[in-house]
Write a protein that binds this ligand. Structure first.
Ligand code: NAP
Length: 290
């Protein structure tokens, strides 16, 4: 069992850290809002630290899952940052969905201290984190670092794979988000069409989900979409952050993303309707709530 640290006990990070504790690792946590860290320790054991640096000093492997690139930089760098507490032989794993360029930057900064770095964004949502069924997409310049963390993240992984050098995990997550954008819009149009055609959408889904139209979104979101329920899940504002990174990366690699650009505009409309924190399946609200 390892001495592990976890920085960022949000919707995703809190349950992931819990799975590490359940797997009998010794866990020290940090959260910007300290009350959340106190509550986590009360519920799951382990201990909490007052800075990311202290977490790193007490851990062989540090995991983090914060919001965006700026948040990652603010917990990694500086006198109280994770990196200040890391030393040769330790490993840093970033579960945040962030830019591939940031992952490469962190990899270099870690390598200068003899620290292994793995970018490891996840898919599977809050339910995947709660149930320990996340898909983890990894990139690393350091094969040994990946091999060290693979058995540890097994505590909350359904599937974990190294896809290439540092940044490859983040690039794979972008591929994932491009797929989801199209699927969520297609499902929204289909369910709205079903309603307007006078069909019972739940009955239609019951049949077509056994055929070629089946998807995770259909299995997990169609019922709530039909009922206009969006106050849960993966927030539209996070999706727009992720799609913004896809567009930046596409400028570099020349990939065309016409459908993804259109869906991003639709998400912008959902935000204007008050849906910043709604689940990404709320694309259907453009048809039903207007
Ligand atoms: P969340 O519930 O908002 O949690 C964010 C966590 O990061 C909180 O612990 C927050 O601390 C901390 N944090 C944010 N900014 C910080 C800063 N500048 N300094 C220190 N701590 C900071 O978010 P989440 O839903 O867990 O998402 C986290 C990451 O996972 C995001 O990159 C998201 O895109 C990705 N993701 C989310 C889902 C999902 O379904 N939610 C699925 C896949 C991937 P406080 O408690 O103090 O605010």
């Amino acid at each position: 069992m390892a001495n592990v640290g976890y920085v960022g006990l949000g919707i995703m990070g809190g349950p992931m850290a819990r799975h590490l504790a359940t797997a009998s690792h010794s866990v020290v946590v940090y959260n910007r809002t300290t009350a959340k860290a106190e509550e986590w320790v009360k519920a799951h054991g382990g201990s909490f630290a007052l800075t990311p640096r202290e977490v790193a000093e007490q851990s062989d492997v540090v995991f983090m899952c914060v919001g965006n690139d700026d948040d990652v930089r603010s917990v990694v760098y500086g006198a109280d940052g994770v990196l200040a507490g890391m030393s040769k032989g330790k490993t840093l794993v970033d579960h945040t969905t962030a830019a591939a360029t940031l992952a490469r930057e962190l990899s270099v900064a870690c390598a200068e201290k003899g620290v292994g770095f793995v970018d490891a964004p996840v898919s599977g949502g809050q339910a995947g984190a709660e149930n320990g069924q996340l898909t983890i997409m990894c990139g690393s310049d350091d094969v040994a670092a990946y091999e060290r963390i693979e058995p540890i993240v097994d505590a909350y992984a359904k599937r974990c794979k190294q896809l290439g050098n540092a940044g490859s995990g983040q690039l794979a997550k972008m591929v994932n988000q491009i797929c989801i954008a199209g699927i969520a819009q297609g499902l929204s149009e289909a369910l709205n069409f079903a309603k307007r055609a006078g069909l019972n959408p739940d009955d239609v889904v019951d049949v077509i989900s056994k055929g070629a139209a089946q998807s995770w979104q259909m299995e997990n979101r169609s019922k709530t979409m039909v009922r206009d329920e969006f106050e849960f899940g993966f927030a539209v504002e996070w999706m727009r952050k992720d799609l913004g990174m896809c567009f930046d990366e596409a400028k570099r690699n020349g990939a065309q993303l016409p459908m993804t650009e259109m869906v991003d505009k639709f998400y912008e409309e959902v935000v204007a309707m008050g849906g910043r924190r709604w689940d990404t399946s709320s694309l259907i609200a453009r048809f039903t709530k207007k």
